[in-house]
Design a protein around this ligand. Structure first.
Ligand SMILES: O=C(O)CCC(=O)c1ccccc1C(=O)O
Ligand SMILES: [Mg+2]
Length: 374
């Protein structure tokens, strides 16, 4: 692949419903769309970074800066890139900034698959035709509202229900949901809102037959998580704490989790996601694909990686219409009876619509190879 041009767009979509987690409420989704132009095709990637550094340390502005001033020059420093796995290696000298790296790498994966005329799923080694999907429900004002939202998505057929918790809206809330829905596959996500002082909260949650508890403790911890896992039966799933294959290996060795949520952006790309997937498969650790309120482009990447065999548990890749009034891809992502069919078109398999991209673009910049190579 020879990259001739890269286009960055800062975009914003309005969420149908505000999304509240233990670290804040989002009403809009600002993100960066990456277009990588080869000789015959365009590869698309989404930078799943958020406006504020609340989930991780990156922001839309830092990711743009890192891409424009450091990562794109590294790509242009190479005449050709023969395989997208190479990108991870090229970006290695730049520390962290995983969402910025993943956005460019994802676009290059899409371009690679399009040039080979195969689906991204196949390029990654996926072997499923359909994937199971769950839903992530934000913190609601009242428990009655939560119960009604849970009911809505259970009726739509979602394969598991994830409920965001925070101190004060945890045990009694989930107990009431469990009373109304005794048999659904249900889990909680704390987004790092607790410490080991809250162990009693987790002993109570342990009685609710949850599939897992996601990231209960600090975003940078794997030691306290191991202590917590040793006193509860419910599997702990790590999200924020895992940035690489090495992190995953250490967490598994320590017993800090029994499940891993793989987010392509958080771990720096599809190549690293695959590595974590393969390592977890060998070690009997199921994985699932987390979401970052992606537009259709990021969602398409999530769907492709979920087609790999060890993505055993339903992911957070819900339908486009769950988030957006209109998505930027055609067709939109459709979930039927909790399932998504892996698309058959080459690359990500959904087509970004130029007119919709333009409609939701706040700022754009084109970066040409010749600008950098003199
Ligand atoms: O539906 C989705 O995209 C998942 C939403 C979600 O849970 C989430 C959204 C933004 C930031 C962090 C998280 C998370 O998984 O912790
Ligand atoms: Mg999470």
């Amino acid at each position: 692949m020879k990259i001739q041009k890269i286009k960055l767009r800062r975009m914003q979509l309005e969420l149908k419903d505000p999304f509240q987690t233990s670290f804040g409420t989002q009403t809009e989704r600002e993100f960066i769309l990456v277009e990588v132009y080869g000789d015959h095709h365009v590869g698309y990637g989404e930078c799943v970074v958020t406006s504020k550094p609340l989930y991780n340390e990156e922001t839309v502005k830092t990711a743009w800066h890192i891409m424009e001033d450091f990562l794109i020059p590294i790509l242009y420093d190479h005449n050709e890139i023969h395989h997208p796995d190479k990108v991870r290696e090229l970006f290695k000298p730049i520390r962290r900034n995983n969402m910025a790296k993943a956005a460019l790498e994802g676009a290059i994966w899409d371009l690679y698959a399009k040039e080979k005329n195969i689906t991204l799923s196949r390029a990654l080694g996926g072997n499923k035709d359909v994937i199971e999907v769950g839903i992530s429900i934000g913190i609601q004002e009242t428990t009655d509202e939560l119960i009604s939202v849970v009911g809505k998505y259970v009726n739509k057929g979602y394969k598991r229900i994830k409920i965001k918790i925070k101190p004060g809206q945890d045990v009694s809330t989930l107990r009431k949901v469990r009373e109304v829905f005794p048999h659904i596959r249900m889990m909680a996500d704390a987004n790092s809102a607790y410490t080991l002082d809250d162990v009693e909260v987790f002993k109570e949650l342990d009685k609710l037959n949850l599939m897992m508890i996601e990231q209960p403790l600090s975003h940078d911890d794997i030691v306290d998580h191991a202590k917590l896992q040793s006193v509860i039966n419910t599997p702990i799933c790590l999200d924020e704490s895992i940035h690489s294959l090495d992190d995953a290996r250490k967490a598994i060795e320590l017993g800090s989790c029994k499940i891993i949520n793989i987010k392509i952006g958080r771990v720096g790309g599809l190549t690293e996601s695959k590595k974590i997937h393969d390592y977890c498969e060998i070690h009997g650790i199921p994985v699932w694909c987390g979401g970052m309120l992606e537009s259709g482009v990021g969602r398409a990447h999530n769907i492709a990686i979920t087609s790999l065999s060890n993505f055993i548990l339903p992911g957070d890749t819900a339908s486009s219409s769950r988030y957006w009034y209109e998505d930027i891809i055609s067709p939109e992502v459709i979930v039927e009876k909790g399932l998504i069919k892996i698309p058959h078109l080459p690359g990500i398999g959904y087509s970004p619509q130029e007119s919709l991209l333009d409609k939701y673009t706040l700022e754009r910049k084109e970066l040409f190879r010749d600008q950098y190579v003199v």
